[in-house]
Ligand binder design. Structure first.
Ligand code: AMP
Ligand code: MG
Length: 423
């Protein structure tokens, strides 16, 4: 791979300002200001994937409830395994999963047993059927077996009285299965978070409308809709709002009566038509930040009535980057999600030089892949302008160049946030 310079083609935003908020400071301030959801709803476990537990789940029973066989074979007492040579045992019955063998098994005897069948009285060891010689009602075994083998113990998965899932668990398919295994059909989860989305800008038009050379189609609201389309969120679509302070404030105020969060895009810069700012300054509870991040520098954050407000930048890539860096962690914090297991950030070798000055976090959209030796390598998706949505579409990961980091040379290790589990 040849080395090229990417990411930081110089532009006016390369003139660093003082007094920018670092990504860490902004994240900290956002999380500290957020309310948490206290309301819950009771739902069937079939609907619970991707929801967050409101209550800890305690097991009312052992799983499995009885000692049972892990294989198809023959159940016997370990005392009947010969020290040397072979032993011969007579088969006195069959134990099926669901239909136990109810008599006691004595020395010199065994029971034909199927996977999952309760282990009968008097036996403690199971030999796989492939390891015995069967003739009429008699089996011959050798001396190569361990006492207790192939038995699953009652409670070896879940013990009665044990807390199996804590409050705040983000429910996965395995969690749903565990709840079913203890007989639970309904569960209390946090209610859905109500999130309103709006686009702003007089140039922005909806799909199906005529797009003149002065217009652009609204892509931000569709990106956000897709990013928010998950089981624990109810999306309220406020549409495209005019660049007019009164109209904006009116829409946001109305929404604030029934949503937890309002997310708008556009209008938070310093242009003459950036009316989100004017409107929200009137409301008094919104801060306008310049964050030391590229892309995504301007961001508004605060409250409108009882709703949390995020005013994201207008450029589509800046929207997505700020959404995943600031908004998604905020949503998950409000939902009380404590332990979502996602693919961790990793270190990978960059295949290219990346130009950067210390003093801001830069987020490069990239393709993460394994080389022929199994090592992780990362390559940018090309042009990285904040309006180039293709740079996101082609990517499977963000390269995160930390605040203090300077230019990176091809072959150096960089922090990478894979998209796996994020979308
Ligand atoms: P603004 O911050 O409002 O000045 O917007 C910055 C840039 O993002 C401008 O070029 C806008 O045309 C563009 N933009 C704003 N909103 C949208 C949208 N909903 N979809 C696509 N591009 C947008
Ligand atoms: Mg605008």
């Amino acid at each position: 791979m040849t080395s090229t310079n990417i990411a930081s083609q110089p532009n006016c935003s390369d003139i660093y300002e003082t007094g920018l908020l670092s990504v860490k400071q902004a994240s900290k301030q956002i999380l500290a200001a957020l309310p948490c959801l206290h309301d819950f709803e009771t739902i069937n476990i079939e609907q619970a994937k991707g929801r967050t537990l409101h209550q800890a789940i305690t097991a009312p029973r052992n799983v499995p409830s009885h000692n049972n066989s892990a294989v198809d074979g023959y159940a016997l007492n370990a005392d009947d395994i010969p020290n040397q040579g072979i032993a011969i045992l007579s088969i006195i019955g069959i134990a099926y999963a669901g239909t136990p063998f109810l008599k006691t098994v004595s020395s010199g005897q065994c029971v034909r047993i199927m996977t999952g069948a309760v282990i009968p009285e008097g036996v403690n060891t199971i030999i796989m059927q492939e390891q015995v010689e069967l003739r009429d009602n008699i089996i011959t075994i050798d001396n190569q077996h361990a006492a207790g083998q192939n038995c699953r113990q009652a409670g070896e998965d879940i013990q009665q009285g044990e807390t199996i899932l804590p409050v705040g668990k983000f429910l996965t398919p395995a969690d749903i299965g565990m709840m079913a295994s203890i007989g639970l059909s309904e569960v209390k989860v946090k209610r859905k978070l109500k999130v309103a989305i709006a686009s702003t800008g007089n140039e922005v038009i909806g799909l199906g409308e005529f797009c003149s050379e002065n217009n652009i189609y609204d892509s931000n609201r569709y990106c956000l809709y897709a990013a928010l389309d998950r089981p624990d969120i109810e999306i309220i679509n406020l549409g495209i709002l005019e660049d007019d302070p009164d109209a904006l404030l009116n829409s946001f105020n109305q929404a604030s009566h029934y949503v937890d969060i309002i997310i708008s895009t556009g209008g938070v810069s310093v242009g003459d038509a950036d009316h989100t700012k004017t409107a929200l300054k009137q409301s008094g509870q919104v801060d306008f930040w310049k964050i030391a991040i590229k892309p995504g520098r301007p961001l508004a954050f605060g409250k409108i009535g009882r709703s949390v407000f995020f005013g994201l930048p207008g450029n589509p890539v800046a929207v997505m980057v700020t959404f995943y860096q600031f908004v998604l962690p905020a949503l998950e914090h409000m939902l009380g999600i404590k332990n979502k297991v996602i693919f961790p950030n990793i270190q990978a070798k960059t295949t290219e030089n990346i130009r950067k000055k210390p003093g801001r976090t830069e987020i490069v959209r990239a393709i993460l892949e394994q080389n022929s030796k199994g090592g992780w390598e990362v390559t940018s998706t090309g042009k990285q302008g904040s309006g180039i949505l293709r740079s996101m579409s082609l990517a499977n990961a963000f390269i995160i160049l930390e605040h203090e980091r300077a230019s990176v040379k091809a072959g150096e290790m960089v922090a990478v946030q894979p998209f796996a589990g994020l979308f």
